[in-house]
Design a binder for this molecule. Structure first.
Ligand SMILES: [Zn+2]
Length: 333
């Protein structure tokens, strides 16, 4: 049994309370390799932003769970080395699907876990979430639950159709499950193809897809039912078109990749939404930089020569999100 407090990590409780009061959101960035983790920590240390490091079950399979946990421990030390005196770093399991997986993460030094029972019938979702909460709270580990279904693909989680969270269910769900935060569905979606072209309109000038707006009316109703309760948005990458263009200009093929516009996320961050998940955008930044280097220098074979620029591009992206979209800069001095 490893307690996250011994690793210098924090849970989400205080982070979220401050974010709800302060009208900003905490970035939740996924990582599964060293360059991504370096970029996240550098961006957060330079902006003094609290951060949630997310590990999905796909990342555990890809990078090995033991290695990832030691990397997170190393991240705390790296942050201090960069001059961030009191790093606020949470290590979070993204989309845990069983009690056993959540328990193993709690036992292994995670400070927060998500139990995603959103595909289960309502009562089963409550029962599973409650079981995880009862275990996790013994060790002061916070628990995120999900109500409503997001469309899109994330690792092993695939859903064709989304179902908005029903505001009339949230009080009962939060009270009976005991969860610390709630991921809701208001039109965001996993992956780099968040909206089908037929759901969008097209900008007549650029020909680009313009996605439908998020359901802010549903969010407002949820906030009214659960005042001050931490709300989480998954699937909130913006799919920056400049990265898609670089990828497509250098041998890639990503037609009609589209995400959630940043002005919508900015609006959400000011509300009870206090955790915004961003994964695809960093994948795009990484891939765009790698493709560009390899297209320009076909003889290059040193991974540092293309992973280095990819890391720099991700630092830029993360800082942009923190400062321009979420407003979490300067909140963890
Ligand atoms: Zn998600």
């Amino acid at each position: 049994m490893v307690n996250y407090k011994d690793l210098g990590l924090v849970n989400t409780r205080e982070m979220f309370a401050k974010a709800v009061d302060g009208g900003y959101a905490i970035p939740a960035f996924n990582f599964n390799n060293m360059e991504q983790l370096q970029a996240i920590i550098k961006a957060c240390a330079e902006t003094k932003s609290p951060v949630i490091l997310q590990v999905s079950s796909g990342a555990r399979k890809y990078a090995n769970q033991t290695l990832l946990r030691y990397m997170a421990e190393g991240a705390v030390q790296y942050a201090k080395e960069l001059g961030w005196e009191h790093p606020q770093i949470c290590l979070h399991l993204d989309h845990g699907d069983t009690f056993e997986l959540c328990k193993s993460c709690v036992d292994f030094g995670f400070s927060s876990v998500m139990i995603d029972g959103s595909s289960l019938p309502y009562e089963e979702n409550i029962a599973l979430t409650k079981r995880v909460v009862e275990y996790a709270h013994q060790y002061d580990v916070t628990v995120e639950a999900e109500l409503g279904v997001l469309a899109g693909v994330e690792d092993d989680v695939v859903a064709e159709e989304s179902h908005y969270t029903k505001p009339e269910e949230v009080i009962d769900f939060a009270t009976r499950s005991g969860c610390d935060s709630l991921a809701i569905s208001i039109g965001t979606s996993h992956g780099a193809y968040k909206f089908k072209p037929e759901q969008c309109t097209r900008d007549p000038q650029t020909g680009r897809l313009v996605p439908p707006p998020l359901a802010f009316d549903v969010l407002a109703e949820i906030e009214k039912k659960l005042p001050g309760f931490p709300i989480v948005l998954h699937g909130s990458s913006s799919v920056p078109q400049e990265y898609v263009d670089i990828i497509n200009a250098n041998g890639g093929n990503m037609p009609d990749a589209v995400g959630v516009p940043e002005d919508q996320l900015r609006k959400a961050a000011k509300s009870a939404v206090c955790k915004i998940n961003i994964d695809s955008d960093s994948r795009l930044a990484f891939t765009a930089a790698v493709r560009k280097v390899l297209a320009e220098k076909p003889g290059e074979f040193d991974p540092r020569k293309y992973c280095g620029p990819a890391r720099d591009e991700m630092v830029k992206l993360y800082k942009h999100k923190i400062i321009e979209v979420l407003g979490s800069d300067g909140k963890a001095e």
